[in-house]
Design a binder for this molecule. Structure first.
Ligand SMILES: [Zn+2]
Length: 391
């Protein structure tokens, strides 16, 4: 990973922070397009040559060096390992081995992740640049530097996550349906649907009947730098009348039905082996995750609404609407994420439908339509920062 890659990351991370991105891009542009973050920081006197270090092939800035030169005070929590550094207009917190950073209370991601070497913290050059943007970039530079490498916000990479798999069968219907097989089939159909016109790059957390832990699934999406994460499940209820297509996005405020469902889906954690494979994230990382998810919540809800709307047109089943719930698998993704319950395998008519390949194809097509509608709106409004139709 080089810092050119980092710049790309910065550009695609938060579309709604468009103004910040413009400022940041301006910061990186002087010199030439291939200017390294570290080189630029050094050139500007933000860090010294001795503060730059290559770790695991990536360029890093020494936290002590950066803070010392720029008047930041540093304090490290010995229990959590969180380093807090305070300047005159910014307070940032970093967590070792995490890309998550909070700046003045809002979470952002900076690549490469914060690391500790020989007891010293090292941060991404882009984070150092970000923190100095108000002070290091003068008005004159902002005006004179051309801004031409901005990429418009796009939705291209989608990771599809068919629930369960392997030793974890998921919900078992009374009509011979196993959730893990059903959702894999629909996931594959959705992949084909999205790839049909070349608008999307799609990968799957599993493409066969293998077990993948709930913790690993979001990591697949994060590694792929996905723009969207779509987890597919089917529902079961003691009430045989319960039926419907539902879309969930992550929120802490969930109603009772959502809590019950969330408990059922989170049971996959029991299948995780190994000491920490299924353990919930520790409190500190959970807090950072919560902040990241707050950043993606608007987009996730929007995506849920679009998929729901598409299902009303494309499916004959009742749409229960998009709800919020605290699904483990949606925690830890760094992008807008939804969990779809395609129907109740415990309901007779719905199970019959789900056993029909044509019906499963219609579900996949409806989800695909919802994602395309979301993409169109997102790109037209530059990540919902503009009203659609206005220029
Ligand atoms: Zn499930």
């Amino acid at each position: 990973m080089n810092s050119g890659h980092n710049q790309n990351n910065i550009v695609i991370i938060r579309f709604k922070n468009f103004i910040i991105i413009i400022a940041l891009t301006a910061l990186f542009l002087p010199g030439c397009a291939t200017t390294h973050g570290g080189y630029y920081l050094k050139h500007k006197g933000i860090i010294g040559a001795e503060d730059l270090m290559t770790i695991n092939g990536a360029e890093y800035v020494s936290l002590d060096g950066f803070c010392g030169r720029n008047g930041f005070s540093v304090s490290i929590d010995p229990v959590s390992g969180v380093a807090e550094f305070r300047g005159y207009n910014a307070v940032a917190k970093v967590l070792p081995d995490s890309q998550m950073v909070t700046v003045n209370g809002s979470a952002k991601r900076f690549s490469p992740e914060t690391v500790i070497r020989d007891g010293r913290y090292y941060i991404a050059p882009s984070l150092a640049a970000f923190l100095m943007q108000g002070t290091a970039v003068t008005g004159r530079e902002k005006k004179t530097e051309p801004i031409e490498v901005i990429r418009g916000p796009t939705v291209r990479t989608v990771v599809i996550d068919p629930g369960h798999g392997g030793k974890d069968p998921g919900a078992l219907g009374r009509y011979g349906i196993r959730e893990k097989n059903l959702v894999l089939d629909i996931g594959k159909r959705l992949k084909d649907d999205l790839e049909r016109d070349g608008q999307f790059k799609v990968s799957m957390t599993r493409a066969d009947d293998t077990f993948i832990s709930l913790k690993e699934r979001p990591r697949v999406a994060n590694r792929a730098r996905a723009d969207l994460f779509i987890s597919i499940h089917s529902n079961a209820s003691k009430s045989r009348n319960a039926k419907g297509f539902e879309v969930y996005y992550l929120s802490d405020a969930a109603d009772d039905n959502a809590r019950a469902l969330e408990a059922a889906e989170n049971e996959s954690l029991l299948y995780d082996t190994g000491s920490t494979a299924g353990a919930p994230p520790d409190a500190v990382e959970a807090t950072l995750w919560d902040m990241a998810l707050a950043e993606n919540r608007v987009e996730s809800r929007e995506l849920a609404d679009y998929v729901c709307d598409a299902s009303k047109d494309g499916l004959c089943t009742k749409t229960r609407g998009s709800k919020s719930a605290n699904f483990y698998v949606l925690k830890g993704t760094h992008m807008p994420s939804i969990l779809i319950e395609v129907g109740f395998v415990s309901n007779r008519s719905e199970a019959e439908n789900l056993n029909d390949p044509n019906y499963r194809q219609r579900i996949a097509a409806a989800i695909g339509d919802g994602i395309r509608a979301y993409k169109a709106k997102f790109e037209k409004t530059e990540g919902f920062t503009k009203k659609a139709g206005s220029d």
